[in-house]
Design a protein around this ligand. Structure first.
Ligand code: PA5
Length: 476
């Protein structure tokens, strides 16, 4: 993809239409007054200063990814090229932040039926992301891949996530049985260079290894080797994606909230949250963005769902993210969004130009209830459906806003992912919480270690053993 000129980039800029968050559109009771910006100027500027001050440091290392990966990007592109020549399948073993970004980018930027295309049309390996330990799923994978033609990529920042390591153990065993010393030709590791077990194993097995920078947490890692390698393997222009992120990063350094979409979205969500809107629905009107919504759900929930603030006070804060898809979920969830409790903010994602146009055929002139669709396109239909949803939400006094994407391409996907990351950072600062830890996730991980008898988790094991036995009378 050629990122031709500044004019082209500006034409690809994402915009936020937040009319429907305001009183004029959703009514006095639910909408925001135009004075919110003035009234919250302290909150806005403190959050802005804190994010700007911390960027590139501590767990905000992800802000530098658009700038500091020149060499590694070349190595990734070369590795991807070699993989494409030799293998038909690329299988990622990872979970959470080590999987969701890869799935999101794959669906956004590859053919929607990539794995089903014949090889001549696909031009790159099939991609599978194995982010579960369901035995049936593992079996199903082996039923469709030929090991000889498969490259695996084990991805874990901590190098100790049980789900990922369990999958690795199974696959490495198979590879060793089949290829002996050459097993490492089928496995690449992506992990922290500093700590964890995967780095030890990778050295022992002499695996090709990519490193996850220390200041980049799982859910902020799509734009480092975690996501860039799989994306490059399936033919995504990763340089364009990073350029899009860089473009958005510059925009997000703007102090004015009207020129900084991440700061604006963070404020809208945080104020809505304070008004009891504890659910954030992400509803793209594009099949290709369905999994971006999934990725957002992890980013938003793990970053903002926190028991304590930075002062150590119990606050139990956070907004439950929900994935919805336009138009599919108009026929499933919208009923609740329009008539259920006033506890949601709905973010719509509009795409101005779809990558293809599809006409609705003529027919049934004698049945006007059907033929009114004739001569229109599916492009018109999906756009009309989005606008109708906006209208339907507005007249039911439901706050919503729209992220407008000129089109879905590698540059705008880089922008979009980075926009959400920055929004999360600003929202975390407004809530005065640590948006980069995940003690809740660790809790579950540690309990699993304890049950399996992992060394160092004996106290948790004792606690679990002492928990009351389940009462059979409550199991029917
Ligand atoms: O965002 C996070 O930090 C988590 O969701 C992790 O990505 C997830 O738990 C997997 O961790 P790891 O990459 O260490 O295996």
């Amino acid at each position: 993809m050629k990122i031709k000129s500044a004019k082209w980039r500006n034409g690809m800029k994402l915009k936020i239409d937040f009319n429907n968050m305001m009183k004029d559109f959703v009514g006095e009771q639910q909408g925001f007054d135009k004075n919110i910006f003035e009234e919250n100027k302290g909150l806005i500027s403190n959050a802005f200063e804190s994010v700007i001050e911390n960027r590139g440091t501590g767990m905000m290392g992800w802000t530098e990814l658009p700038y500091n990966q020149t060499e590694i990007v070349e190595e990734i592109i070369q590795t991807a090229k070699n993989i494409r020549k030799k293998y038909d399948n690329f299988v990622v073993l990872g979970i959470g932040g080590s999987a969701l970004g890869t799935i999101a980018v794959f669906h956004a930027l590859c053919h929607l039926r990539h794995n089903e295309l014949p090889k001549s049309k696909r031009k790159s390996p099939k991609l599978y992301v194995e982010d579960n330990v369901d035995p049936e799923r593992m079996q199903a994978l082996f039923d469709v891949i030929d090991l000889d033609k498969t490259m695996f990529n084990v991805v874990t920042k901590s190098g100790e996530t049980s789900e990922t390591m369990a999958q690795y153990l199974i696959i490495m065993d198979l590879l060793k049985k089949k290829y002996g010393d050459k097993a490492n030709e089928h496995m690449i590791a992506t992990t922290s260079g500093e700590k964890g077990n995967l780095i030890k194993i990778a050295k022992q097995e002499n695996l090709k290894t990519f490193y996850i920078p220390e200041g980049v947490g799982g859910r902020f890692s799509e734009l480092c080797p975690v996501g860039l390698l799989p994306a490059a393997v399936v033919g995504v222009d990763i340089k364009a994606m990073l350029k899009g992120a860089e473009f958005m990063d510059k925009i997000c350094q703007n102090k004015s909230i009207f020129k900084n979409p991440a700061l604006l979205m963070a404020l809208l969500q945080v104020l809505a949250m304070k008004n009891g809107k504890n659910i954030s629905v992400m509803m793209p009107y594009a099949e290709s963005l369905k999994h971006v919504a999934d990725w957002y759900c992890q980013l938003w929930s793990e970053s903002l769902g926190k028991a304590t603030n930075n002062l150590g006070e119990k606050i139990f804060v956070g907004q439950t993210p929900v994935k919805a898809l336009g138009v599919t979920d108009q026929h499933s969830q919208i009923q609740l969004y329009r008539e259920g409790p006033f506890d949601k903010v709905i973010t719509l994602i509009a795409v101005e130009n779809y990558r293809t146009t599809y006409e609705i055929s003529d027919g049934y002139k004698d049945i006007p209830e059907v033929s009114f669709l004739c001569g229109h396109t599916l492009n018109e239909f999906i756009t009309v459906a989005r606008k109708s949803t906006e209208y339907a939400l507005n007249i039911a006094n439901r706050q919503n806003y729209t992220i407008i994407m000129p089109e879905v391409n590698a540059f705008t996907i880089g922008e979009l992912l980075y926009l959400f990351e920055m929004e999360t950072a600003f929202a975390g600062a407004m809530l005065n919480i640590d948006a980069y830890n995940q003690p809740g996730v660790e809790g579950g991980k540690h309990a699993a270690y304890a049950i399996f008898g992992k060394k160092g988790y004996e106290n948790i094991k004792k606690e679990l053993d002492n928990a009351p036995n389940k009462n059979s009378k409550y199991i029917c």
